[in-house]
Design a protein around this ligand. Structure first.
Ligand code: OXD
Length: 318
């Protein structure tokens, strides 16, 4: 009989795998290579006794077919899709910690920030019209950046932005301390954080508390000429409110890697809005090799009864 915190021994690890069909084979082969004694079964073939699962956005049917799961590895950083399901009571959800995603987030956000700050889109338009039209320098002190969400990814982003000498503020639920970043925390300091920020970067987990957090009220607290970079979840932004603030000239624009509906429907105004830069949810993609190395190490740690990092707090939802 296994204790609730340990999993079956290595030679009999059934692993239930459930992900986007296009990625399945790479994950199946990678998991099998990293854990030769595991038996990886690919959903919808169920592995009813499996205590370990590796998943991205699984269905309730998957969970119901695997009532003995103790460890559910989420293939990405955001666990919101999992948190909406009824999970086996004894299961712990473990997310990928960084796994090569933090540097991607940092380069994506720095690119979006510098593209806006250095007016590269304006120069692209001039070049398209064969116009040699230099513009004066802008002062980065006038572009304070506020990073919402200071987990592994948010901290890396905040540090990378600070390395470009922008003033950087951070905001998170619980107080954090990051060199070069002025950190604020909790509801009580939210408005102060917004009012110090001109370029707002959202890296928050999606929970009931953060759904719709980027609405007219909060975005209109930004400094004049506010700019939004959303690399978290589309449901955190009230899209009509952003459109209204841009129409009113109170926000300069946005770079959005995520939208409420993905793929973005063809008729959506973001596609053609001149102040919106869109990418298709690619700011930080899960790297299969790095993630599998992390998962197999954690499976080994769980077998040895060692404490696990990256376990999601079900009450907080991240
Ligand atoms: C993630 C994502 O959560 O890709 O990792 O959205």
């Amino acid at each position: 009989m296994n204790s609730p915190s340990s999993v079956q021994p290595a030679q009999s690890i059934p692993i239930a795998l459930c992900c986007n069909p296009a990625d399945t084979e790479a994950w199946r082969r990678g998991l099998q290579a990293a854990m030769p004694d595991a038996a990886v079964s690919v959903w919808p073939a169920a592995s009813p006794g499996a205590q370990t699962a590796v998943v991205w956005s699984p269905s309730q049917a998957f969970m119901d077919a695997h009532p003995d799961l103790k460890l559910i590895f989420n293939m990405g950083a955001g666990v919101d899709a999992l948190m909406r399901l009824r999970l086996p009571a004894q299961a712990r959800v473990v997310r990928i910690e960084d796994g090569g995603m933090a540097v991607q987030m940092a380069d994506y956000v720095c690119h979006a920030l510098l593209r806006h700050f250095r007016e590269f889109d304006v120069y692209a338009q001039s070049a398209a019209q064969q116009k040699w039209a230099p513009r004066g320098p802008r002062n980065r002190q006038d572009f304070p950046v506020g990073v919402m969400g200071l987990g592994a990814l948010g901290q890396r982003v905040a540090r990378s932005v600070a390395a470009f000498d922008f003033p950087v503020f951070g905001w998170s639920q619980t107080a954090k301390s990051i060199e070069g970043v002025q950190c604020l925390a909790g509801e009580a300091q939210f408005d102060e954080f917004l009012s110090k920020t001109r370029v707002l970067v959202c890296l928050l987990p999606l929970t009931d508390a953060t759904r719709d957090i980027l609405d007219y009220r909060s975005l209109s607290k930004l400094k004049p000429g506010g700019y939004l970079i959303n690399v978290a979840r589309g449901s955190q932004l009230v899209e009509e409110d952003l459109l209204r603030l841009m129409d009113e000239g109170r926000m300069a624009g946005a770079t959005l890697d995520v939208t409420r509906q993905e793929p973005l429907p063809p008729e959506h105004p973001f596609w053609t809005h001149p102040q919106v830069v869109l990418t298709p949810h690619v700011s930080a993609q899960t790297l299969v090799h790095e993630s599998i190395a992390q998962i197999s190490e954690k499976v080994r740690a769980a077998l040895a009864g060692e404490p696990l990092r990256g376990v999601v707090d079900a009450a907080r939802g991240y």
